[in-house]
Design a protein around this ligand. Structure first.
Ligand SMILES: O=C(O)CCC(=O)C(=O)O
Ligand SMILES: [Fe+2]
Length: 818
């Protein structure tokens, strides 16, 4: 793939002191960096492990660690604390040097072409790649005669000496672990040592994670497993951040001064035929502290091929991985790492399922009282459980139904139930209440027993192989994903309902609007309302514009779809309400209820439109998340605040800052706006609009539709955030036009401006203007041009008023550049 561009070093970003992180670093929404539990990772005493006669416990610990976590701490490893401190200190000194010094060892040849060795950050291979919040120095240290000393730092002066010593000591640690590992697999003690005898590869990697303003949004290193036999890590003593994935849950890996962390790599998993695990791990950044890790990667000779050890393969234990050349594996892993996927899955033999690790029982998870639920339990977006209406399921009287002469009424009910619901309740069924209560009670008692008791009836043979009968949860692993989710969801839901968290029983859906707010139903109502608003505007335009295929114009510009007959679903999709369609029925009920209880859309500050006199104008001042200072400047200058704002409203002019929601809904960007709005009450928050520079045309649409929905006014005014408004002048201007129909006023550009490339308002798709085949709600690159083009579809009078051309001074203008 082609290289796209090299970015600034992360350390440079961090040094700018910005509160935001650049978009390329922000992780996918579903990857939310949930709070992790701390992993109970074994600590192995290496000194004892290597003693021939007294190592009982340590071997067991090692085995457990390698088979479950694939990761463990080692103590008593023979590397002096002073050397470890020195290594950490010279690494820190290196990263703290000025950029020019570090750039001497850059990993970009000619400032452009990426090579793994040297100093720099991620290779950027595509625009959609999510970058990691770290800079690193990467040095090949073995074979020693292949060292490229030109990228080995000369400063600090002791760097190379300290590193040389550290390499030798870490090699010793590796060598003392290998025989025990081989023995645990019942292989010849020298098995791994022999593999390493022929020009193996060692790489040292120094990771530098600057402090990060938004640890909740970015990865220090994205999830990956290492392409090694094993990896030795020395991490900053007092800064955590490494997390390991086990059974779908992320765990914090604890740090311990002067301990080393060993993590197994994919090649060990392959050679042990899956008995030992290569853990998926990632690093989370820290808002206050930088973090450094020094990592030694141990690989075999790159020309070598690896495969599961033949001694471990027999009829019962077929090979689970294919043979692969190490060099090819590295290339594959790197490509997949950038895309956030795991290469090991591609080396797995067909039909060999990903290891079925027994997962935690749902009840244990619920008992941890974490606010997050593990990823495996989260359903697809469109399947997310919504609050259900209560079904009026028929009740059939079994006693009457079975009377010899039959009961026509009951029979009708039964038939109805079976044909429409497929589900009904029976009463008078002959099972005594006491027995039913008993059955429920003993079941509850069973589940409430300690895990140890219930595990006596586990449905996992040898703790691994699933069988249907007995106690446990879903079968893990590759098969039956749909079922697993569904069933797991059910059990989790009931476990949590017991705890009265997250899932509300259906009956609470009849609570008040205030309760709706806290139960999280309002977003749904909001989303639906803005759909309505949308349809309302679109609908009006539809009638007015008649022949124009308005909604088709909302199809994504890039999709290349030809206009077609639009289904309701298409329309909803076009209206940015995908996924909402199915929920409309429920939303409608909520909506009616909310309305009947006086809940009014418009952030609680909107003026009701029905019984009030028509307002003169609703003025929307465009704003963004990073513009608080600008807003305060406006509030202190032309824009009234507090009581004055309210007074103005009574006189017929509403002013609001207009903003959408953050891409990571509910994050601190959104919360900050909500907080500010609680104080200032001067926002119009577009719940359905996601803030992004390229989404301005959509913001205008949402603004107009939301403003029309909330306020009945003569004029709706859009003001950019770089404008000082002469409010009195504008009011005067609009008053003079009160009562006019279908006006579109502005400082109009005309002529060839939009079609001339290089000009400020150049519109690549200018030629679509007025084309009857394209819709009048087609979005163009500029929001104002989009609005202008929409108005062309209507019976609108264009008023080009020079006073609306904001210049540098305010003479005779109603606005000037701020
Ligand atoms: O910095 C760390 O703790 C982990 C680094 C890591 O996983 C890696 O470099 O592969
Ligand atoms: Fe790693």
């Amino acid at each position: 793939m082609e290289e796209v561009r090299s970015t600034l070093l992360v350390q440079e970003f961090a040094g700018m002191g910005s509160k935001a992180v650049p978009r390329q670093y922000v992780v996918q929404r579903e990857d939310h960096l949930a709070i992790a539990a701390t992993a109970a990772i074994p600590i192995v005493d290496l000194g004892r492990l290597s003693q021939p006669d007294d190592n009982g416990d340590e071997v067991v610990k090692l085995q457990q660690a390698m088979e479950t976590w694939g990761l463990f701490l080692v103590t008593n490893h023979g590397i002096e604390g002073a050397l470890m401190d020195d290594m950490m200190n010279v690494s820190r000194e290196f990263f703290h040097q000025p950029l020019e010094e570090k750039q001497k060892y850059t990993n970009l040849i000619d400032g452009k072409h990426f090579q793994p060795e040297g100093y720099g950050n991620d290779q950027v291979k595509s625009d959609t790649q999510i970058l990691d919040w770290l800079d690193r120095l990467y040095l090949k240290v073995d074979p020693a005669d292949e060292r490229d000393l030109s990228v080995w730092p000369k400063h600090p002066e002791s760097f190379r000496d300290v590193l040389d010593e550290f390499i030798i000591k870490c090699d010793g640690v590796k060598n003392s672990l290998l025989p025990s590992m081989a023995k645990l697999l019942k292989l010849d003690e020298d098995y791994f040592v022999r593999q390493f005898s022929d020009r193996p590869t060692t790489v040292a990697r120094f990771n530098y994670y600057p402090q990060c303003p938004r640890p909740d949004l970015v990865y220090g290193i994205k999830p990956h497993s290492d392409a090694t036999i094993l990896t030795i890590l020395m991490v900053d003593n007092d800064v955590g951040g490494l997390q390991v994935l086990k059974d779908g849950v992320w765990y914090d890996v604890p740090t311990k001064p002067h301990n080393l962390l060993i993590n197994l790599g994919d090649h060990m998993e392959i050679m042990s035929n899956g008995i030992f695990k290569s853990p998926v791990h990632r690093v989370i950044t820290n808002p206050e502290k930088e973090r450094i890790s020094v990592v030694m990667f141990y690989l075999l000779n790159l020309e070598k091929e690896i495969e599961p050890a033949l001694e471990l393969i027999d009829e019962k234990h077929p090979a689970r991985y294919k043979k692969v050349k190490i060099m090819d594996y590295l290339a594959g892993l790197f490509e997949h790492f950038l895309q956030g996927t795991r290469y090991l899955s591609y080396i797995r033999m067909e039909g060999s399922m990903e290891d079925v690790r027994s997962t935690l029982l749902v009840q244990e998870l619920a008992g941890m009282r974490s606010k997050a639920v593990p990823r495996q339990y989260i359903v697809q977006q469109e399947d997310q459980p919504t609050i259900a209406a209560t079904a009026s399921v028929p009740i059939v009287d079994l006693g009457r139904l079975s009377q010899p002469d039959g009961d026509a009424n009951e029979a009708v009910k039964l038939r109805q139930a079976m044909e429409s619901w497929g589900l009904f309740m029976v009463t008078n069924h002959g099972i005594e209440d006491a027995l039913m209560d008993n059955m429920m009670n003993v079941s509850r008692e069973f589940f409430q027993q300690p895990l140890g008791e219930k595990q006596k009836y586990t449905n996992l043979i040898d703790g691994k192989h699933f069988q249907l009968e007995r106690y446990g949860n879903d079968q893990g692993g590759g098969g039956g994903r749909g079922d697993r989710h569904q069933i797991a969801m059910e059990t989790l839901a009931s476990a949590m309902r017991r705890e009265n968290r997250r899932f509300k029983p259906p009956s609470s859906s009849s609570a008040s609007a205030a309760a709706a707010l806290s139960s999280g139903r309002v977003p749904l109502v909001m989303a639906f309302l803005s759909c309505l608003a949308w349809l309302y505007v679109a609908g009006r335009l539809w009638q007015d514009a008649q022949t124009r295929m308005i909604l088709s114009g909302l199809l994504e510009k890039s999709s290349g779809n030809l206009p077609k007959v639009l289904s309701v679903e298409d329309k909803l999709r076009n209206l940015g309400c995908i996924g909402i369609g199915r929920k409309i029925a429920e939303a409608e009920m909520d909506l009616t209820k909310a309305k009947s209880e006086g809940y009014l859309w418009g952030n609680g500050t909107a003026t009701g439109s029905s019984d009030k006199k028509k307002l003169l104008a609703v003025i929307g001042v465009y704003t963004g998340f990073g513009s608080r200072l600008k807003r305060n400047t406006f509030r202190g200058s032309w824009m009234p605040r507090g009581d004055a704002l309210k007074k103005l409203e009574e006189k017929g002019v509403v002013i609001r800052f207009v903003i959408g929601r953050s891409a990571n809904r509910g994050d601190s960007l959104d919360r900050n706006i909500d907080d500010e709005n609680r104080r200032t009450k001067d926002f119009l928050i577009l719940e359905s609009h996601e803030e992004a520079a390229e989404e301005l045309p959509s913001k205008v649409k949402f603004f107009f539709s939301a403003a029309i929905e909330a306020w009945d006014a003569e004029f709706y005014v859009k003001v950019d955030d770089n404008i000082n408004l002469d409010l009195a002048g504008l009011i005067e201007m609009l008053e003079a036009r009160r009562g006019s129909q279908g006006l579109y006023m502005g400082c109009m550009k005309s002529g060839g401006v939009v079609s001339e490339e290089g000009q400020q308002w150049y519109e690549p798709e200018w030629w679509k203007f007025g084309d009857s085949k394209t819709a009048s709600l087609q979005s163009y690159a500029h929001d104002d041009i989009s609005v202008g083009s929409w108005m062309m579809g209507l019976n609108t009078t264009y008023v080009d008023d020079d006073r609306l051309c904001c210049g540098s001074s305010r003479q005779e203008k109603v606005c000037s550049h701020a």
